[in-house]
Design a binder for this molecule. Structure first.
Ligand code: SF4
Ligand code: SF4
Length: 290
């Protein structure tokens, strides 16, 4: 299970996840690609998967039976997320703040709180036909517009992780709850960065995150310019291996912007991504030894 994260958005996580998956599938590996960037999934734009299964993801949220409620406030005082408020003669519920802990129904002395499901998004799974004639499996989550809770959808799509396959999880930007949900339990995390001040700043935060989670990790530098922002020196100092450098080239940007994939259009990249995979396997072993 290899997760792809970055800290900063727009550094090239999708590029790395998609091309790594395609190169391995083309070599005959059983690959399962999961797009966990549920706020803005875009792996499908580069892969055109055939969706075979779609499922709503919902969470249980509380509702109050006005006939039974005596406005005692016990539920309001209990909720640590301010998802409940007493307004006049009724309890108001803010679904978007609720974390579905179920506590309010437990503390209500009049059994006035019941729960009902609220849809927060959906999961879609299917297959991608790879140019070599092989197929790889694919899943992504799509969060409803305006819905702030990404983690439950990520939890659900991670249930689709396939034993025995190379599972590649493309995470969202940042280093918050949703990304931690994606990265935790990974065998390895690839941190994609770029040689800009923001890239370096957010890489530091991402390194803190993977360190905290105890996940072995290495860096891919995208849009690489030798010496740019001192990123190489930073990685040496932080003792984090650089697994791959993708040069800053107009040709690559043009290819990417029209939905093309490096490993399909520039054959040498297939070998480079396979080399990246071998590097990950090697670092994983080295990490266990260290
Ligand atoms: S289920 Fe938990 S988070 Fe949601 S309103 Fe009740 S106490 Fe608050
Ligand atoms: S705890 Fe029960 S009775 Fe008290 S305000 Fe909440 S819903 Fe009403």
């Amino acid at each position: 299970m290899i997760s792809i994260a970055s800290g900063k958005g727009g550094t090239g996580k999708t590029l790395v996840a998609v091309n790594l998956a395609l190169s391995l599938a083309g070599e005959g590996y059983d690959v399962h690609l999961i797009d966990c960037d549920v706020e803005e999934p875009n792996d499908h734009l580069f892969l055109a998967p055939v969706i075979e299964r779609s499922e709503e993801v919902s969470l249980m949220v509380p509702r109050v039976d006005g006939e039974k409620c005596d406005l005692c406030r016990a539920c309001v005082d209990f909720c640590a997320f301010n998802a409940l408020a007493l307004a006049g003669d009724k309890v108001m519920i803010f679904d978007e703040l609720c974390h579905s802990c179920g506590g309010c129904s437990l503390v209500c002395p009049r059994e006035a709180v019941y729960e009902e499901p609220a849809t927060i998004g959906r999961m879609e799974c299917g297959k991608v036909n790879v140019s070599s004639g092989r197929a790889m499996s694919f899943c992504h989550g799509v969060l409803e517009i305006g819905e702030p809770k990404a983690s439950p959808i990520i939890k659900r799509i991670k249930e689709e992780i396939r034993e025995g396959a190379v599972n590649i999880l493309d995470g969202g930007p940042g280093s918050g709850c949703a990304v931690m949900e994606t990265v935790q339990d990974s065998d390895y995390c690839v941190l994609v960065t770029e040689p800009t001040p923001f890239g370096l700043h957010d890489l530091r935060m991402a390194l803190d995150m993977v360190g905290e989670l105890g996940v072995p990790h290495g860096v891919v530098i995208n849009k690489y310019v030798p010496g740019g922002e001192g990123i190489d020196a930073f990685c040496v100092e932080a003792r984090v291996p650089v697994l791959m450098r993708i040069p800053y080239k107009r040709e690559y940007a043009a290819l990417y912007s029209r939905g093309g994939n490096l490993v399909e259009e520039i054959p040498e990249w297939r070998e480079r991504f396979l080399h990246l995979f071998r590097g990950i396997a090697g670092e994983r072993v080295a990490g266990e030894v260290r």
